[in-house]
Design a protein around this ligand. Structure first.
Ligand SMILES: [Zn+2]
Length: 198
């Protein structure tokens, strides 16, 4: 895959935007209809500047791209009568990224389609053996420090939070009591409707 923007398929298209079936645009992104559609209204949200991966987006670009994703979904629902939508982000070759230029795909979903109700994550089969390893996996992932955009306080249920609490245990007991109260008052995570995987 060419590393530079010069030969990049998307960069070539962006240089000649009259070729594009644009349905939305922000300062730094286009939303255009995929020329080899896999769904009615299949749309790609693409940065105008060559970026190899959405991992290279700034926090502001994430905001901009995801707002455009939302706009496209509204257009699909109101303009095409879509009953739902799936948004996919494939990262790196192993993750199914098909081009060396970042993109987010929106697939409008329709009740009459054969695949209606099937989540895009259904390509992953249920792997029961992994359920026994969740603590180990949590440790391996939660311990990684990631700095990006605004610093986010660790979630009260995370290992990092517990470690930080242990470190500051003796500093301010009153504050800690309040934190514990807060922790106890946390609402259950999954309150929405739950759908069965098909
Ligand atoms: Zn490019």
């Amino acid at each position: 895959m060419p590393p530079q923007g010069d030969q990049c398929v998307y960069c070539q298209l962006i240089d000649n935007p009259q070729q594009l079936m644009i349905i939305g645009e922000t300062e730094n992104f286009y939303a255009w209809l995929e020329v080899q559609p896999r769904a009615k209204g299949h749309t790609q949200i693409v940065p105008k500047e060559h970026k190899e991966s959405i991992m290279d987006y700034t926090p502001q670009e994430y905001d901009e791209a995801m707002s455009l994703v939302r706009e496209v979904i509204v257009k699909a629902k109101k303009g095409l009568g879509a009953d739902g939508a799936s948004v996919t982000i494939n990262i790196d070759e192993a993750g199914g990224q098909m081009l060396d230029h970042a993109y987010i795909s929106v697939f409008p979903r329709f009740e009459e389609d054969e695949n209606a109700g099937t989540p895009t994550g259904a390509i992953f089969q249920h792997r029961e053996e992994l359920a026994d390893k969740l603590e180990e996996l949590q440790g391996q992932m939660d311990s990684v420090d990631v700095e990006f955009g605004q610093p986010v306080e660790p979630h009260p249920e995370s290992q990092k939070y517990r470690e930080e609490q242990e470190q500051t245990e003796q500093t301010d007991t009153e504050e800690e009591t309040q934190e514990k109260e807060k922790e106890e008052n946390i609402e259950p995570k999954h309150q929405g409707k739950s759908f069965e995987w098909k």
